[in-house]
Design a protein around this ligand. Structure first.
Ligand SMILES: *Cc1c(COP(=O)(O)O)cnc(C)c1O
Length: 422
């Protein structure tokens, strides 16, 4: 028995489904998940010693590639001074200053330990600040697994084929309105907040239509609702200043995660002072965390953001374009029609002709059965995509041209193999 299968069998005896996050179980592509032994730069190695060019990159945190030496050094140095104190540190102040400096319109920020905590806290804060209960979210957008936000979620929720979620009470979602992405919804004065992924990256990749984000801003302004950008994926990836810099639309609150932790557990939410001052101890909205602002996590986040200068975003976008163009022709060469929607360094992959504009369209192409075949053909040949058709691809700064070109060659071979079996 191979080491991956052996580990998966052991895991399933003591961990539900054998995994600590559902998509990792390969449910939507079939087969046995590879267990990672180690990683470096663009590569991961599994428990059987096989190397993969990795486009999962922890679903986004690995923007520098795995095990970047500067990040490792910063984390090691921080660890040698103790791993958690329950008291404030300079490292938290420095990372907060960096976030305030980079994101135009964001005046204060608080660190938490995951993207889920960031969105959950931002929703509570929006409700506390406005005195209203309603929230609007968009179908196919994923905002982590807080009860009120699970309705019609993308990413793992979509991969599981769950429209809702057992255990989430009617009461928990009664104030949640789900609207189609890319259509400005009706917003009335019962709505505390509209939460949106400014580029939807959990239903594959769906770009915001012209005027959509501006329309949300205007609809919120007209009724006093707060606009929340969930930038857990787009933040510090789309541009130094995230979606606000890219699209010129400024929300009231932002949520961050993934890149901001450089591979350690970090989330953050921030906004204008007149909203953020509702948080305890200044105001009446409670929010806290034993490991919030953890010194190892702050060190990893700080080092990662320091390495992401404007040139880094340009390089990453160029890498992404090279990959996207190469994959379209590699797949097309074997008769597989694909479309790779791209916004900066964000990249999706659908086996269809047209880029989807909302969740209904995304589901039709994501579930047409081609993705799992191509996924396994690639994996067999040493390229790891996410094990589900609703995830984005995450090329990193460690994916040099040679690695991208090798990927494209492998994709051409994989597509031939898949086409031969149709
Ligand atoms: C991943 C993700 C989250 C949840 O973050 P976790 O760290 O997994 O809790 C929230 N929003 C978006 C847009 C995400 O991609």
């Amino acid at each position: 028995m191979g080491a991956n299968l052996d580990l998966f069998d052991r895991a399933q005896r003591v961990i539900p489904g054998g995994v600590n996050s559902p998509v990792r179980a390969f449910g939507s592509v079939g087969g046995t998940p590879y267990f990672v032994d180690r990683a470096e730069g663009p590569y991961v190695w599994d428990a059987e010693g096989r190397r993969y060019i990795d486009y999962v990159q922890s679903y986004g945190p690995g923007i520098l590639g795995h095990a970047h030496p500067a990040v490792l050094e910063a984390v090691t140095r921080a660890a040698s001074a103790g791993t958690s104190y329950g008291a404030p540190t300079e490292a938290e102040v420095v990372l907060a200053e960096m976030v305030v400096d980079r994101i135009a319109g964001l005046e204060a920020v608080r660190f938490v330990s995951s993207g889920t905590e960031a969105t959950m806290s931002a929703i509570r804060l929006a409700r506390g600040a406005t005195g209203r209960s309603g929230i609007v979210k968009f179908a196919g957008c994923y905002h982590g697994h807080a009860d009120a936000l699970l309705a019609a979620g993308g990413s793992g929720v979509a991969n599981q084929g769950l429209s809702g979620c057992d255990g989430v009470t009617d009461g928990a979602v009664v104030d949640t309105v789900v609207a189609p992405y890319n259509v400005v919804p009706a917003v009335n004065n019962t709505i505390a907040a509209v939460i949106v992924e400014p580029v939807a990256a959990n239903m594959g990749l769906v770009a915001p239509a012209e005027g959509f984000l501006e329309g949300l801003r205007a609809a919120c302004d007209a009724t006093g609702a707060l606009l929340i950008f969930d930038e857990v994926i787009t933040g510090f990836r789309l541009a130094r200043g995230g979606a606000t810099e890219r699209f010129g639309v400024t929300p009231d609150l932002w949520c961050f995660g993934k890149v901001i932790g450089g591979g350690l557990p970090v989330g953050a939410f921030g906004g204008r002072w007149d909203v953020m001052e509702h948080l305890a101890p200044l105001g009446g909205v409670y929010q806290g965390g034993t490991l919030s602002g953890n010194p190892l996590a702050m060190a990893a986040g700080r080092t990662t953001l320091e390495l992401l200068d404007d040139g880094a975003f340009d390089r990453l976008t160029a890498t992404t374009t090279r990959l996207a163009d190469g994959l379209v022709s590699a797949f097309g060469g074997a008769g597989l029609t694909s479309v790779l929607p791209q916004v900066g360094s964000l990249l999706g992959l659908f086996f269809g002709a047209d880029p989807p504009t909302d969740f209904d369209e995304a589901k039709v192409v994501a579930d047409n059965g081609v993705y799992p075949k191509v996924f396994h053909a690639l994996l067999d040949r040493g390229v790891a995509l996410a094990p589900g058709p609703y995830e984005a691809l995450f090329p990193s700064l460690a994916h040099g041209d040679a690695v991208v070109d090798e990927t494209i060659q492998i994709a051409a071979d994989s597509a031939e193999a898949v086409a031969a079996r149709f």
